[in-house]
Design a protein around this ligand. Structure first.
Ligand code: ZN
Length: 198
């Protein structure tokens, strides 16, 4: 643990397994305050519930940035709270999102490790061309430092198929994205059913 880190865990909810402090990845990040076992729930990401057009208005007004929301449905977003907002992206994450917004451990995580998830798994396919958000053109530069770093992070359909398949197998795809993908790339789900049947 770094000695010069700024710990603001006092602002995070009681009973949580994370604290917010300076990150080696980008700005602040969320770190495990105790060892977390593979499959365990780390944190339920939350925030103010807004529709696409409502978030668009805030982006236009300069009150929100396009990278700061979590999409949880076709037309539903969280303007993420503290600490939900502070989980960084990684192209080789130790966490994943399942259900609506449940962050869970993809592997055993040690105390003091930064917790990350792949943002691309939460950015769906654009359905309403008038929105700024949920946009197929969404792009975020990444310097996560992983050997598997994709450099540019784009919506879920941009994830290399092998990686996407692994996320699906591990259940690390939010519910509404799963529904979109089962229509766009049904073969990935057929593979899963086959492997489960074996
Ligand atoms: Zn990366």
């Amino acid at each position: 643990m770094e000695t010069d880190s700024t710990i603001i865990s006092a602002e995070t909810p009681k009973g949580t397994q994370v604290e917010v402090r300076e990150s080696g990845v980008a700005g602040k990040g969320c770190f495990a305050t105790k060892p977390i076992k593979e499959g365990e729930t780390i944190h339920i990401l939350r925030g103010e519930l807004l529709t696409g057009p409502e978030i668009d208005q805030r982006i236009i007004a300069g009150e929100e940035r396009p990278d700061d929301e979590l999409q949880i449905g076709e037309n539903l977003f969280f303007a993420l709270d503290n600490p939900s907002y502070f989980f960084n992206h990684s192209c080789e994450p130790n966490g994943g999102i399942r259900g609506a917004s449940e962050l869970f451990a993809l592997r055993d995580i040690e105390e003091g490790e930064e917790i990350t998830y792949d943002y691309a798994t939460t950015v769906g396919v654009k359905r309403d061309p008038s929105w700024l958000l949920g946009n197929n053109d969404w792009i975020m530069m990444c310097r996560c430092g992983s050997e598997k770093c994709r450099g540019e992070i784009k919506p879920v359909t941009s994830i290399p198929e092998k990686t996407l398949d692994r996320y699906i197998q591990r259940g690390a795809i939010p519910a509404f994205i799963r529904q979109q993908l089962s229509q766009i790339t049904p073969w990935l789900f057929e593979t899963q059913q086959n492997s489960l049947a074996l």
